[in-house]
Design a protein around this ligand. Sequence first.
Ligand code: UD1
Ligand code: UDP
Length: 361
Amino acid sequence: MKIVTVVGARPQFIKAAAVSRVLRRTHQEILVHTGQHYDANMSDVFFEELHIPRPDYALGVGSGTHGRQTGEMLAKVEEVLLTEKPDTVLVYGDTNSTLAGALAASKLCIPVAHVEAGLRSFNRAMPEEQNRVLTDHISTLLFAPTETAVTHLRAEGVTDGVRLVGDVMCDALFYYRDLAERSGNALDMLADILPHAPEIDEKWILATIHRAENTDGIQHLSQILAAFEQMPVPVIFPVHPRTVGLVRTLWRREDYRNIRFVEPVGYLHMLWLAGHARRIVTDSGGLQKEAYLLGVPCVTVREQTEWVETVESGWNTLAHADTADILVKASACTPTAPRPPFYGDGHAAENITQSLAELIR
Ligand code: UD1
Ligand code: UDP
């Protein structure tokens, strides 16, 4: 079977690394990189360290408003599909690259296979919610990571083609965590980036913030950074490029001493930093789940989460973008409950590959 896979943003590279390794044993894969993320530390680093095959097509779309970016991807992916004539198009998650890939395929009547189908925040103001709902409704195969996702699809009348396969980020974490541990102390690498940073001993909180709701204005981010500044241990904060400008603006006003701002790091270093952290504070979808899988208490600075199992089990707590709320939630989050394997056993990629083979039978 010939499959065109469309990726473009950081978490999609990690997901594709887990799936491509298995998929390519039995299927022909053509990899398309839309160029949504393009900085070396948002893109190349993942291809290199996770040994993702080089993209067959690099569309170089880059940043832009939602309409322009999605539209440009749509036109360019369509050209690829007209040339390659694949049996199916594989898309991941909920970014603009996901929607563009799915829409281009759907309009050409090529079956769409959506990895991470059925996730919902029920907040239609989120660009990601728009992307995932639209993608699910034009997909032929819907690879749901959890029972909750299957339930959401059923509630929307989507049952055909739904497969509960587990979560591919869980596959990635299980596969790479030993390598991440062996790749050594990521603090040495941070010292290279920040040679004048004060020493960090073995205690830190790992933070990432990049959601539109937290970075579209200065108000939320200033509340969040004020909380980081008052945390009892240093906060290591790899700053997403979307957040850099605001951080610089705030840094001119505040003398942050407890926060170690660093460039985005590669996945192996990220897993190491996450696994050894005391707490994780984030608005990332992927990192919330990694916190759960690694057994690190997490505070998610959002009003909703798609990964509700992490909250229901007590390992993740939602906080408003409010200094006091983040501090209270971070100190109160001391879970001891077991962590059931909601996200599968690390074999989602095999399940996906198998289901794709059934599609052409
Ligand atoms: C996108 C996804 C989001 C996902 C995130 C993963 C959408 C709508 N959002 O958000 O769901 O969680 O990726 O990280 O698709 N920029 C750079 N260099 C880069 C990439 C981005 O400087 O390599 C800057 C640009 O100023 C750009 C901004 O970051 O305008 C936002 O990038 P964009 O890809 O539009 O959205 P993300 O916030 O990264
Ligand atoms: N990540 C990384 N380096 C960083 C920040 C995040 O490798 O500096 C990884 C993180 O461990 C997770 C994924 O990127 O695997 C999550 O991506 P992101 O937060 O950008 O997107 P989301 O999951 O929110 O869509």
